[in-house]
Design a binder for this molecule. Structure first.
Ligand code: ZN
Length: 390
């Protein structure tokens, strides 16, 4: 991974990289000197980007700087304020209810000063310069599904891709949400527009409770079709979110805007904003699981395998080729029971290798899993019965 630092003040289209926030310590102390809220226990306790403060305040004033969730008495919410200067604390409703009237010392030992935005990039060149984009964000503190899971999964994917042959080029980016995709685009938009054939925002991919996707702005790009196809055949029960606000909510907002217009959908298990623990301290390691990750990695693996053999493919024969002499057709059968699923699949694949449909459209049309069609395409290719049409 190449790590890049982009100085505060750098322009990215309509935006500017903000000052860098450094947080060292923060607490609320009661009159007896007891720390009733302590950043050292959980870094969600401080509103992200809080400006420094060291004051004594009465409870009434303190309340205006506190955030909690009445319906979830044990959850510490995740709150951040990137572009408005303020300070605040997040705490569980139970903690908040236990605060007695009186004076409190509030201290946030932070700095907001020129620094840099940090992002990471892994480019895995293939034989072709046609590219697949995977992006994930790295800006949330201490949460499991909506934070850690995306970078963990893409790291595993980068390792996997580095070990196998691939025709396509893979671009994996690890960015702070929103400003990160804008900065990244400001440096690479021409290349990405010219080369990107598909892509996914990978976010919230560690739990095992749901399978979901968010459409690209167009809703029918290769990424949308492939994501939809794989989810349908992997998971059965699939939730598909549109590109309409507020269903869209991560970096697809920038990847897909009209003057960028990359074919990028999003892949999730339980999507951000759609599960109870979202943006709270309850989105912790207990929520994500090995099973969740394994399922998500298998999904991305299939996503890549289909893209690598996407076609469209075209049959080389006029009329049906004679499969029997190539050992692809049963020597004899007397009635319908002689047809196996495998043969049906082969015959249908062959009939729709028409030079127009890519593998996703072909599989959708014949009602098969694209993944199951791959070995057949390979076999037909070996026999010289199909060729690449595109
Ligand atoms: Zn989030």
């Amino acid at each position: 991974m190449t790590v890049h630092e982009v100085p505060s003040g750098t322009r990215a289209f309509d935006w500017t990289v903000p000052d860098e926030w450094t947080i060292r310590d923060a607490f609320i102390e009661d009159q007896d000197g007891r720390r009733v809220v302590d950043f050292a226990h959980c870094n969600l306790h401080v509103v992200g980007y809080s400006e420094p403060v060291d004051r004594c305040v009465y409870l009434d004033e303190l309340q205006q700087h506190l955030h909690s969730i009445p319906d979830m008495p044990d959850a510490i919410p995740y709150v951040t304020s990137y572009y408005v200067r303020r300070w605040g604390f997040c705490l569980s409703q139970r903690q908040r209810d236990s605060l007695k009237p009186g004076r409190y010392r509030v201290r946030i030992d932070s700095t907001l000063a020129p620094g840099s935005l940090t992002y990471g990039e892994v480019i895995l060149p293939g034989r072709s310069d046609r590219e697949v984009l995977f992006s994930t964000y790295i800006c949330h503190p201490s949460m499991g599904n909506d934070q850690l899971s995306g970078p963990v999964l893409l790291t595993a994917l980068a390792r996997y891709l580095a070990q196998r042959n691939h025709d396509l080029t893979y671009r994996l980016v690890f960015i702070p949400e929103t400003i990160g995709s804008l900065v990244y685009l400001s440096r690479h938009i021409e290349t990405m527009r010219a080369r990107t054939i598909a892509g996914l925002v990978v976010a919230c991919v560690g739990d095992d409770r749901a399978w979901s996707m968010t459409q690209s702005r167009r809703g029918d790009t290769l990424s949308d079709r492939l994501c939809r196809h794989l989810l349908k055949t992997h998971a059965g029960e699939v939730v598909e979110y549109t590109y309409l606000w507020p269903d869209r909510g991560s970096d697809e907002r920038n990847w897909c805007m009209p003057n960028v217009d990359l074919p990028v959908a999003s892949f999730h298990r339980s999507k951000y904003g759609r599960y109870p623990e979202y943006h709270t301290s309850l989105d912790d390691l207990s929520l994500i699981s090995a099973n969740g990750f394994a399922g998500s990695l298998a999904f991305l693996n299939d996503f890549i395998l289909v893209l690598e053999s996407l076609g469209p493919w075209r049959t080389t024969s006029i009329g049906e080729p004679q499969l029997g002499k190539r050992g692809l057709y049963p020597a004899q059968f007397g009635h319908m029971c002689g047809y196996g699923d495998e043969l049906a699949r082969l015959m249908n694949v062959l009939a729709y290798c028409d030079g127009e449909r890519d593998l996703v459209a072909l599989a959708d049309h014949i009602g098969e899993r694209a993944i199951d069609c791959l070995p057949l395409i390979e076999r037909l290719l070996k026999e010289g019965l199909v060729e690449r049409a595109g």
